[in-house]
Structures are given as C-alpha cells and as structure tokens.
Design a protein around this ligand. Structure first.
Ligand code: DAH
Length: 339
C-alpha cells in the first residue's frame, strides 16, 4: 500500500495541465467518489493496527497534496480563461459609460447659447489675477472692504497676486486688448474667502457680460436682459430693475425676475415676494473705460454679472450648494439626460 501511495504522490506532484478536461480527469482519478483516495481510505480499514499510524499519515499527505494541486491548477485555469476573454479581439466592445454634464455647466451653456444668438462673443481671463484687474481698474477705492483678507484670497501682497473674486476682471482685460465695438460674455470660476455653508461656497461661477459701443444706453441693457430672461425662464417672465451700487457701474441695478413657481403670487421659493434676484448690472463707469484705454467721451457701455450656482440650485431643486462640488457620482449621474 505504501508503494501505491508513493507512486500516486509522485504523479500528483509532477502533474501539470492547462486543459480543463485533463484537470477534471485528475480530479476524478484522485478525489472522485470512486477515485484512488476513496479506495485507499477503504483499504486503510484493513491495515493492521501497528501500521495504521505511518500509512494514515502518508494517506493524509497525499490527500492534501492532490487537493492543493487541483485548487492551484483550477485557479490558474480560471484566471487564464479571463485573460483569453480580454484578448478576444473579435469580441464586441464593452459599452463605455459616458459621464454626464455638471449642473453648473448645463446652466452656463444654456446662458451662453442665448447670448451667442445676440452676437456676444466669449472671452476668457485668468483665475489668478492682480489687484489692478480685479479692483483698481474697476474703480474700487483703495480702502474698499472687498480688498479685505476676509473677502479675498491673496496669494502674495508684493507682487500683488490674488484669486479673482468676480469675472468683472475679464472686462478690463478685454477692453485693454480691444477697441469698441465690444460685445462679449466671460464665463468662469471665482473665489471668495467665505465660510462654506448650505448657501455659500468659497468657489463658484459667474458669467460677465459687456457691451461697449457708441450710444449704448440703459434702454439697451434693459431690453437685452428682458430678452435673456424670457428666453431662459419662459416667455411670460417679467423683470424688475432695482437701484443698487457697484463701483464699476453708474447707474447700477439689480435685476429680479418674476417667480416662475408662483407666477408672482408669493411662495417659499421667492420668500413670498413674488420676485427672485438674478444678477447685477449697470452702465460701465467712465473711470473704468478710461482705466482700460477707452475714450469715455466717445463710447458708453453696459455690463452685467450673473451668478450661476443660484440658478443651478433653483433649476434642479438642489437644496445645498455643497452638493455641487462634492463630486458624488450618485448625484452627478442624475444629469446624464442633459448630455
Ligand atoms: N461683479 C459683481 C459681483 O461679483 C457682479 C456684477 C454686478 C457684474 C454689476 C457687473 C455689473 O458687470 O455691472 O457681485
């Protein structure tokens, strides 16, 4: 019996195969119900007691060896099957899951499309800016609170490097590089040193609008914004301009639209006022034109700045601004239909 065990042991040790059939034959021969091991364990019952210990140990070693060999070869076979599948060049390609557009991008693109139809070009400027383009050229006095460390992320004081707090900086860059007529919008990211909460974030998006030419009037601004509001929010939308203040426009205004949820009757969305604030705007201050090399006696213009996040939150019924930037795919996947 020891001879048989030794022969089988040698066979199991040297056995190698890449074929599932051969491996199955090995399993049946060694580990099957009617296999060698079953037979040997049956025979073992008849072994004299004084030999039981030695033969029993050898039998167990053989069983472990055959089982381990089978498991090992089965594993190799399974994983090589997988490799072969991956390398099957005739197999149909696995479908590729495309991402979805981000809600902020969806709103930005929709707004851009409307202004493109009105002949506005798109201009771009750097997110890392200097004091001149973000504040000084926009007529901010030196002591203006927006320059405070609490409001603005300064990268260095000398030379002055900071993160732009609004896209109005692109107005300045455009006017420095181009003579009127200028009709452009500047979408982009802006940064403010604010505590992150349900309603505010330290990074968000704006679209800046600028129109400079001879005889541009406040009526042109109003008509353009009315057109935008009707295109974006629906034909029955009304607008309201409230006097406001920005250093870079004079006169300045804030524009509200009639609440699309309650049609102006008052609801939680519009805090029961019937109106929702959408953007800031005004006639470009002569100082701003002059600072950028445009003759304010010849040219006038209007500007406006739209905050994107607030519009995205409202459009999609999102209640927490932080959800826009957590990149949780469970949230982002829901926008795939807007591709
Ligand atoms: N820059 C302003 C802000 O960040 C928005 C703004 C208001 C832009 C009036 C303009 C404007 O161009 O005319 O709050």
């Amino acid at each position: 019996m020891l001879d048989i065990i030794a022969t089988l042991q040698a066979e199991a040790e040297t056995f190698q195969t890449l074929s599932a059939e051969e491996l199955e034959k090995f399993r049946i021969k060694f580990l099957g119900k009617k296999g060698e091991l079953t037979r040997l364990f049956d025979d073992f019952k008849a072994v004299p007691n004084d030999q039981k210990k030695v033969i029993g140990q050898k039998l167990n070693v053989l069983k472990q060896l055959a089982t381990a060999k089978y498991d090992e070869l089965k594993n190799t076979l399974d994983s090589s099957k997988h490799t072969i599948q991956l390398l099957d060049l005739s197999a149909p390609a696995e479908s590729y899951a495309a991402g979805s557009r981000h809600p902020v991008n969806i709103v930005m693109n929709d707004i851009i499309k409307i202004f493109n139809r009105l002949g506005f070009t798109i201009s771009d400027g750097p997110e890392i800016e200097d004091d001149w383009h973000v504040f000084s050229a926009l007529n901010f006095p030196p002591e203006h609170p927006a320059r405070d460390m609490q409001d603005t992320f300064f990268i260095s004081k000398t030379p002055d490097v900071l993160l732009r707090t609004h896209t109005s900086s692109v107005q300045v860059r455009t006017m420095e590089n181009q003579q009127p007529p200028i009709r452009t919008i500047s979408p982009g990211r802006v940064f403010r040193n604010e505590a992150i909460s349900l309603r505010s974030h330290c990074m968000f998006h704006q679209i800046e609008g600028l129109y400079i030419d001879k005889n541009v009037s406040f009526a042109d601004l109003k008509q353009t914004l009315l057109y935008f509001a009707k295109e974006y929010f629906g034909a029955d939308t009304k607008i309201r301009l409230r006097p406001s203040f920005f250093p870079f426009t004079e006169p300045s205004a804030e524009m509200d639209i009639s609440c699309s949820f309650c049609k102006g009757n008052g609801c939680a969305m519009c805090k029961y006022s019937g109106w929702i604030e959408i953007l800031g705007c005004g006639m470009v201050h002569p100082n701003v034109l002059e600072a950028s090399g445009i003759d304010s006696k010849v040219y006038t213009g209007y500007a406006f700045g739209i905050g994107i996040e607030r519009m995205a939150l409202r459009k999609f019924g999102i209640t927490d601004i932080r959800m826009l930037f957590e990149n949780d795919v469970r949230m982002l996947n829901q926008f795939s239909k807007f591709l």
